[in-house]
Design a protein around this ligand. Structure first.
Ligand code: ZN
Length: 140
């Protein structure tokens, strides 16, 4: 992916993050995540039904990388099964850690494929993905 396209996707998701704002609904599973090395604090809520991710919402204070990564994660994971979502999370983490990964399944999340150049921002990109994984683990 070229730098211009990468930047425009990140900027769009930072300025207009999707599904921002929590709702009152007991059927969602909630998870709070924070990153003490940055300002990031994210509250996630996920609705899983029939083994599929039906909806994800979030709110909180977060930097540009964390906010855009959360929004892109939501866009990528809604509609996926629990197993597919876990697979995508694992591959996203591998990409951030410079290990082998399958870029086919990461969709727009590949915009962070150069985040290793800023090691202190890796956690910003990963925070919400770790949060979703915690929720998915509960659904075993
Ligand atoms: Zn951050």
């Amino acid at each position: 992916m070229n730098d211009g396209l990468r930047r425009s996707i990140i900027l769009e998701h930072y300025q207009n993050p999707i599904h921002k704002g929590l709702i009152e609904d007991e059927s969602y599973i909630k998870q709070n995540m924070n990153n003490e090395s940055c300002i990031d604090e994210v509250n996630l809520m996920v609705k899983i039904k029939d083994n599929k991710i039906q909806d994800i919402r979030f709110d909180g204070e977060a930097c540009a990388i964390c906010t855009s990564s959360t929004s892109i994660m939501i866009e990528t994971l809604i509609g996926k099964t629990v197993e597919e979502a876990k697979e995508i999370c694992t591959n996203f983490e591998n990409m951030i850690d410079e290990k082998e990964y399958n870029e086919e399944i990461l969709e727009n999340a590949i915009v962070y494929d150069d985040i290793y150049k800023q090691p202190n921002r890796k956690k910003c990109a990963l925070l919400s993905w770790w949060g979703i994984e915690k929720i998915l683990e509960m659904k075993k």
